[in-house]
Ligand binder design. Structure first.
Ligand SMILES: [Zn+2]
Length: 207
């Protein structure tokens, strides 16, 4: 399947320019393949069947965020989670990175008491639901979970969520084209995170 996608890319010239699928920017294929090689499990769906995964299209954002994706992979590896998580979609949306993933159902991950508790949290009863979503109880819940994190630390799942959140956060100050420091810019509804230099030159880009 991966070969099929590569052939498709070659025939359209995408693999060289790193630009454009359905009007979106795309990372250069050689950079993508580097990441796939480094984190084979995380990106195991790369180039997969489009009916099953959005990774068919690879990293749907500019080359400038390469380091951010690399950091996600590295941190997951350090945590021992790289082989438990599979990326399902990596793209730019409203100027920042979106990194969607799911847990490999074949792998067991170290669920803590609080991870397991999470499953039974959600109320089924209507009245309980109303209390649950009430802004005051939300405040109490947030406070309790802060205390819980202080005492017991983050759960395994929270650590993974933090890695992804930090990466998405970092993309809002990193130029999507070149990786320099950038900021979010709104050009009449077209929102991108760019550095000053790329902002000036962006109309020259073959988009
Ligand atoms: Zn730039």
């Amino acid at each position: 399947m991966m070969e099929f996608v590569m052939q498709q890319m070659k025939s359209t010239g995408i693999e060289k320019t790193g630009i454009l699928i359905f009007g979106r920017i795309k990372m250069k294929q050689e950079l993508e393949l580097e990441l796939v090689k480094k984190y084979p499990n995380l990106f195991r769906d790369y180039g997969g069947d489009m009916r099953l995964t959005c990774m068919t299209w690879g990293m749907s954002h500019g080359d400038g965020w390469y380091d951010i994706i690399d950091e996600i992979g590295r941190k997951l590896k350090d945590l021992g989670a790289e082989d438990m998580i599979i990326a399902t979609q990596v793209k730019e949306k409203f100027g920042t990175l979106r990194f969607y993933y799911h847990y490999d159902s074949d792998k067991k991950y170290p669920k803590s008491f609080f991870d397991r508790l999470g499953r039974y949290y959600y109320p089924r009863n209507k009245l309980m639901m109303r209390i649950w979503h009430n802004k005051y109880s939300r405040g109490i819940k947030e406070c309790l979970s802060k205390i819980r994190k202080l005492i017991f630390g983050y759960t395994f799942i929270e650590k993974i969520e933090n890695i992804i959140d930090e990466a998405e956060e970092r993309s809002s100050i990193t130029c999507e084209y070149c990786g320099e420091n950038g900021k979010i810019r709104d050009n009449g509804g077209w929102i991108t995170t760019l550095c000053d230099r790329c902002e000036e030159k962006k109309w020259e880009k073959p988009i």
